[in-house]
Design a protein around this ligand. Structure first.
Ligand SMILES: [Zn+2]
Length: 234
């Protein structure tokens, strides 16, 4: 796991490499991976609802403040997040904790570099316990989203169930050697998510059978975050 200082140190390199990826090149080695870097100068001060809303505004997120049981800073997402539009299998509005929305909006810029324009999710906010336990799922707090498919006109359809190649990567080379281009992008996304401070937890088909068909992306509550997804550290 990379630490914030490492990530912030790669901002300039990331910007240069991002343009390479935008040109359509698909990097396969960890060395060439564009690290998820903080977006740009912006917030500061205490981690409260006001600073989280300010972060959303800095990131150009269209949202509406709402109230939901269990969610500390509930927002309804009203547009794309960093260039990626989220669609649920059930046609319900996407309501999440602001902290996760900030993370997805920053991560979306990196997904967009892979040509991803849309993501399909199943579980978002849901008042439920972790299966087989008495513990609340992070979905109950609006802090987790289960993404099954990424898609875009350039990226095509990337299904976690069908295209994710399991058992790849190690500490020295997170990505490993995927055999397909779809598998490569999904591994690159996984490594970018894992290497960022945006998510407390990223569960994939490598985690267990329950995640054979989706990525579980989970953020820390905004009040507990010490990373600064917005402030440029360079
Ligand atoms: Zn989940």
């Amino acid at each position: 796991m990379l630490h914030g200082s490492t990530i912030r140190g790669t901002v300039t390199l990331a910007a240069v490499m991002a343009s390479t990826w935008l040109a359509g090149s698909i990097a396969s080695g960890t060395d060439q991976l564009v690290k998820i870097a903080p977006a740009h100068a912006g917030i500061g001060g205490p981690r409260n609802a006001a600073s989280c809303f300010r972060a959303l505004e800095e990131l150009g997120v269209r949202y509406q403040r709402v109230e939901r049981p269990g969610i500390a800073i509930a927002v309804r997402v009203r547009g794309d997040l960093g260039g990626v539009t989220y669609r649920g299998y059930r046609k319900k509005p996407l309501v999440l904790d602001c902290s996760l929305v900030v993370s997805l909006a920053v991560a979306g810029r990196y997904m967009a570099q892979h040509g991803i324009e849309r993501a399909t999710y199943s579980s978002s906010y849901q008042r439920r316990k972790v299966r087989g336990t008495d513990r609340w799922s992070k979905h109950a707090f609006g802090l987790a989203l289960d993404v099954h498919v990424f898609a875009g006109s350039a990226a095509g359809q990337l299904s976690v169930k069908d295209d994710y190649e399991r058992g790849l990567g190690d500490d020295a080379d997170c990505i490993g050697q995927p055999k397909t281009s779809a598998g490569t992008v999904l591994r690159q996304l996984t490594c970018q998510f894992l290497g960022s401070d945006l998510f407390r937890m990223v569960l994939t088909p490598d985690t267990d059978a329950a995640h054979h068909n989706h990525f579980h992306l989970e953020a820390k509550p905004w009040s507990e975050r010490t990373d600064d997804p917005i402030e440029a550290g360079c």
